[in-house]
Design a protein around this ligand. Structure first.
Ligand code: 5GP
Length: 107
């Protein structure tokens, strides 16, 4: 059965697209941790990020880096942080989360 994210890539589940290339898709998280929280995924359905062959993991990171730079330009957060997949959706993904406020760790 197709993963939720594969259904998003196929357009069966609507999403707000941020970027796309032949192998990757980036879209807004439905339950954002901050404004501009984006998920970057490989179009190939692989359950976990470390199941990707090294060159595909590297390509996903390069795609994510470009998207993060776009977020930084558009929304001007302090920076855009990266978190790799959590526990909910078994389709490899990267969370890009803009950070807008300084915490104690920054001071
Ligand atoms: P994780 O697997 O990393 O814990 O979280 C998966 C992320 O996918 C969550 O932040 C959740 O809000 C997001 N998500 C789950 N289902 C959908 C969906 O149908 N559309 C969008 N845009 N995001 C989703």
């Amino acid at each position: 059965m197709a993963s939720i994210f594969t259904k998003i890539i196929q357009g069966d589940i609507p999403s707000y697209k941020i970027a796309e290339d032949d192998k990757h898709y980036a879209f807004l998280d439905i339950n954002p941790a901050a404004e501009g929280h984006v998920l970057c995924i490989p179009k190939k359905e692989v359950d976990y990020i470390f199941d990707l062959p090294a060159e595909e993991l590297s390509a996903l990171m390069e795609f994510s880096q470009k998207v993060a730079k776009g977020i930084d330009e558009a929304l001007e957060p302090i920076r855009t942080g990266i978190i790799v997949e959590g526990m909910e959706v078994p389709h490899a993904h990267v969370h890009l989360i803009p950070i807008y406020e300084k915490t104690q760790a920054f001071s």
